[in-house]
Design a protein around this ligand. Structure first.
Ligand SMILES: [Ca+2]
Ligand SMILES: [Ca+2]
Length: 623
């Protein structure tokens, strides 16, 4: 009899109190975080009537229960004390005469490896490899397509469709990346993009690139989900490779749960009629800017289907900050790249960066700042500019140096052109607090491929790679650069996001292996690998100083040095072989007699060297 009563009560309690039809964000949290505060978003039909919450965990205090404008959201502010119990706790909602409801919420113990075996930051000692998971390698053909997701299919024949690449594909090729000398992988976003296709420039497109989030707490199932991401991060770390997560704070995909059911009207930046951002950063830097121009840059939408978040709303700000903290702790990756950096509210940006660094002291952050001028790039990170607002981001994606490197290779030498442009650009580093934290690159997923930009000229390719691997900052390769993948964004950027040959089992060639690469591809791969290998051992390049000499007649000579090592980079863009007047560089070559070519291994007498036309060399100086 007793047993029967117990069973009956259990059923009663389930029926009366439990509600399985809810989502809580963040999906779980941790005990032991430096910031004990947590704001939960409860998303469930007609949940907003509750005014009170209690928890069955003595270490957890409910500070506040609040609601937005939608009936379907409730916000609960908690303080989680260091001694709080881990495990699943009950949150019981009550008040306003409503039947009490019980929600389940899990607290885990924060990792003790943060900053030791994981979350270590990416620095100028690293070499980054940027890839697009959908286009790199298909490690699991079973996850290519899910009929219950909004995007109705996949086809490798359509440049705007998903192609089936995934995180398992990246994990399976970590040894390839390690062999190339890569120490950090940045992937375009892995978060769920359960978006219906959108019409862009006349074609229906999927968001295979990942920049249209529909859920911050799920890695896209087509990439393998959270489990595959965890496995990738852990496997990468075990091989000495770091992972950089691509963050999007500025916007959401229009099929995001919080857009389909807005918690409150000002969750988004709303306009009387559709307003696109101008994509111009100048109104944010310009002391003479009008308020409306700044507002259009910041609050205008990136596209009609990428809706702009109002980060001045504290609930939005908390939501984004907690997603950043949650992702870092949950997956243990090492650094953040922040998409569309300057389009975000600047006060919010400083707040989220501070929150990340406070929780994870070694984490590093660089912001995507697609601008042409050094001043405007420096403005959006820690700088020496005397402006009223100070950004706190550690570094930027260094577009001015990117444009300068391409011009240095392609333009005829002039007072302001060719190598002079690169020299002049670097001479403005005085604006940055620490330019070594900038990410430098020759191309990325939004640019023409580097080999095409230099007209498929192999000598220019090699000079570019020599610059990339030796200039100040954190170098970044774009997948396929090492095997001379080419193309321009004509007609669209899908052309520069082609599948890596060999990433799919039915590919005719597997260019992950040298036997399937042609001679030029192998030469490129070996050249990049040799430079990366040298860089890895070179204190002068990784952490040393930089000195550049005024370019003359198309010849640019610069040095990386510290008290252990001196590296000299010589770039000759002149149509003639040149015998430089080496005495001009005496300041740095004093005490050295020989120069070892770090790629070929040949050693030369410094002061007798001639530099071939349209060639660049990296030398380690020897006594
Ligand atoms: Ca797949
Ligand atoms: Ca914005």
């Amino acid at each position: 009899m007793k047993k029967l009563i117990f069973v009956a009560m259990a059923i009663f309690s389930l029926n009366a109190n439990a509600n399985d039809n809810y989502n809580i964000y963040p999906t779980h949290w941790w005990v032991g975080m430096k910031n004990p505060k947590l704001q939960l978003i409860i998303h469930s039909n007609n949940i907003s009537g509750y005014s009170k919450a209690t928890v069955n965990n003595a270490g957890v205090k409910v500070d506040r229960v609040s609601r937005g404008e939608s009936k379907n959201y409730l916000f609960i502010d908690l303080t989680i004390q260091p001694g709080a119990k881990t495990g699943t706790m009950n949150i019981v909602l009550s008040g306003n005469g409503l039947n009490a409801q019980t929600l389940k919420y899990e607290l885990k113990q924060k990792s003790k490896q943060d900053g030791v075996g994981r979350i270590k930051g990416v620095t100028s000692e690293d070499l980054i490899y940027l890839l697009m998971p959908d286009r790199f390698a298909n490690g699991d053909p079973n996850n290519d397509y899910f009929p219950d997701m909004r995007d109705g299919g996949h086809s490798r024949d359509n440049p705007f469709d998903r192609h089936g690449g995934d995180l398992q594909g990246v994990t399976s090729h970590l040894d390839y990346l390690k062999d190339l000398g890569v120490t950090a992988v940045w992937m375009t976003p892995v978060n769920e993009n359960d978006m219906a296709r959108t019409l862009e420039n006349g074609t229906m497109r999927s968001t295979y690139h990942g920049y249209a989030f529909t859920d911050q707490y799920n890695v896209d199932r087509r990439l393998g989900g959270n489990a595959a991401y965890k496995e990738l991060v852990e496997t990468a770390h075990s091989k000495g490779i770091k992972i950089i997560q691509d963050a999007v704070y500025n916007h959401l995909g229009r099929d995001h749960w919080s857009v389909l059911d807005l918690p409150m009207k000002d969750w988004l930046n709303q306009w009387p009629s559709y307003q696109n951002t101008s994509y111009k950063e100048q109104p944010l830097v310009d002391p003479y800017a009008s308020a409306i121009d700044s507002k259009i840059t910041l609050d205008g939408w990136f596209t009609p289907f990428l809706v702009d978040l109002n980060q001045r709303n504290p609930y939005v700000s908390n939501f984004l900050i907690q997603y950043a903290i949650w992702s870092t702790e949950e997956f243990g990756f090492d650094a953040w790249r922040v998409d569309t950096y300057f389009y975000n509210d600047p006060v919010f940006l400083n707040k989220i960066n501070d929150a990340l660094v406070a929780e994870f002291p070694k984490v590093t952050v660089f912001g995507e700042t697609s601008v042409t001028q050094v001043l405007n790039a420096a403005y959006f990170c820690q700088n020496n500019i005397n402006a009223p607002f100070k950004h706190n981001c550690q570094g930027v994606t260094d577009f001015p140096v990117f444009y300068a490197m391409i011009d240095a290779l392609n333009q005829p030498f002039g007072w302001n052109e060719g190598m002079s442009k690169l020299y002049q650009t670097l001479a403005q580093d005085v604006l940055y607090k620490n330019p070594m934290r900038n990410e430098i690159f020759l191309d990325n997923h939004d640019q023409d491929r580097f080999f095409s930009m230099v007209g498929e000229n192999f000598k220019k390719y090699k000079m570019g790679m020599a610059m990339l691997m030796t200039l100040r900052g954190i170098p970044q390769l774009y997948y396929g650069d090492e095997i001379l993948m080419k193309n321009t964004r004509n007609p669209t950027d899908a052309e520069v996001r082609k599948d890596f040959p060999g990433g799919w089992s039915d590919d005719k060639k597997n260019k992950f292996v040298s036997a399937d690469r042609n001679d030029n591809e192998n030469e490129a791969f070996d050249y990049v690998k040799a430079l990366a290998g040298f860089r890895k051992t070179s204190s002068a390049i990784k952490t040393g100083k930089f000195m550049q000499f005024v370019p003359q007649d198309g010849l640019f000579v610069y040095f990386r040095y510290d008290n252990k090592q001196t590296v000299m980079v010589v770039l000759n863009t002149n149509d003639k072989d040149m015998k430089p007047d080496w005495s001009r560089f005496e300041e740095r070559i004093k005490g050295f007699t020989k120069a070892r070519n770090v790629v070929s291994g040949t050693t030369h007498s410094i002061r007798d060297m001639e530099i071939d036309s349209h060639n660049g060399f990296v030398f380690e100086l020897l006594k």
